[in-house]
Design a protein around this ligand. Structure first.
Ligand code: TYM
Length: 352
């Protein structure tokens, strides 16, 4: 029996519930992206909530991207979304650069947000730590203002993300509050982060204290949604662990980051809580648990990979889907942006 792992969304009287989220096509999708974000995007869509999902290609170029690879990765990510269950007729699925409202609203937010807010972002600090921050792009520094624009161009109320995006969403709230305050309006909602489930922070398979990431130099540290069954299985069997058997209570996973990570991955894939996994595998050695996890991961991921590969054979169809999604996104965002220009005091007299 599965215990519910989701809590109902809090509702706002002033703003209808709408979900927005995004993923950078700056590399292949990982198991972290899938469990922390994509799988949950599908759940929200299937609950019948209005959902807008975006491949944030403009965020991706805040660090250098090879243009040919960027285009390929954007299509591959779109294929991953659809293969995982995003239905582009029910959700709006598109790439950010095709809807210019994002960039336009980001400029306005650049004038609302303060330098100090941006400088305090841990992702900015991490990405420039030990490096010459002066050499980082201005886009990387202003990244969270574009992220706020992504969300608020749709007046989205809820944003499902992994734990690493929490601070960026707090900044999005600060931008909405300051905009509403400075212009004496109640125009933008103060968004709620939706960070839930067993895998809000999937860790590296090589180091239980580091996040699983597409930018980790070691491919063994992550499972990619493009990995075949054999590769997934090998990576899990070789994952770093300690020598002890699994405990009989989740509290026993404290101070055992690698064991905890594998239990959380199992729980998220199976749709269980970590406590249920521990109840089933209490006292099991990794020699038993890892093959069970590998089988589960292959059973859940292989159909997605197969479908992704099939979709990637027709890139023109993927581009068509993204274009149609962009037109629908634009129809929502453009009127919001026009109202923002009006609130800010800009003349809009060009014939349409
Ligand atoms: P990005 O592309 O790094 O990651 C996309 C989503 O995947 C989640 N995620 C993880 N979750 C659990 N464990 C992990 N190891 C893991 N790695 C990644 C992230 O939390 C995220 O939800 N700034 C965002 C993209 C973005 C965005 C937005 C998100 C741009 N605009 C507006 C929400 C709303 C980012 O870089 O995510």
């Amino acid at each position: 029996m599965s215990e519910p792992v989701q809590t109902p969304l809090t509702k706002s009287a002033a703003f209808p519930t709408r979900i927005f989220s995004g993923i950078q096509p700056s590399g292949g999708l990982t198991l972290g992206n899938y469990l922390g974000a994509l799988k949950r995007f599908v759940e929200k869509q299937d609950e019948g909530i209005e959902t807008v999902y975006c491949l944030v290609d403009m965020h991706a170029i805040t660090v250098w991207q090879d243009p040919v690879k960027l285009r390929h990765q954007t299509r591959e990510a779109a294929a991953g979304f659809i293969a995982a269950g995003i239905d582009p007729t029910r959700s709006i699925l598109f790439n950010q650069s095709q809807v210019t409202a994002h960039a336009e609203l980001a400029w306005i937010f650049n004038c609302i947000a303060r330098m100090g807010w941006m400088g305090r972002m841990t992702q900015w600090k991490d990405k420039t730590a030990g490096k010459d921050a002066e050499a980082a792009s201005l886009g990387l520094f202003a990244y969270p203002a574009l992220m706020a624009a992504d969300i608020l161009a749709y007046k989205a109320t809820h944003v499902p993300v992994g734990e690493d995006q929490k601070q960026h969403l707090e900044l999005c709230r600060d931008i909405a509050i300051k905009f509403n305050h400075d212009y004496k309006v109640n125009f933008f909602p103060v968004v709620e982060p939706v960070i839930e489930g067993a895998a809000t922070r999937v860790m590296s398979l090589r180091d239980g204290t580091a996040k699983m990431s597409k930018s980790d130099p070691s491919d063994q540290s992550r499972i990619n949604l493009t990995d075949d069954a054999d590769t997934i299985s090998k990576k899990i069997r070789k994952a770093k662990t300690d020598m002890d058997p699994l405990p009989d209570h989740v509290e026993g996973l404290k101070d055992r980051p690698e064991a905890k990570n594998l239990v959380n991955i199992y729980a998220a894939l199976a749709g269980h809580t970590p406590a249920q996994v521990i109840a089933d595998y209490a006292g099991a050695q990794f020699g038993t648990f890892k093959p069970a996890l590998a089988d589960l991961a292959v059973a859940k991921l292989e159909p997605i990979t197969t479908e992704m590969n099939r979709l990637m054979k027709d890139p023109a169809e993927i581009d068509r889907i993204l274009g149609a999604g962009a037109a629908r996104a634009d129809a929502l965002a453009r009127p919001v942006l026009e109202q923002v220009y009006d609130i800010v005091g800009m003349i809009r007299s060009r014939p349409m």
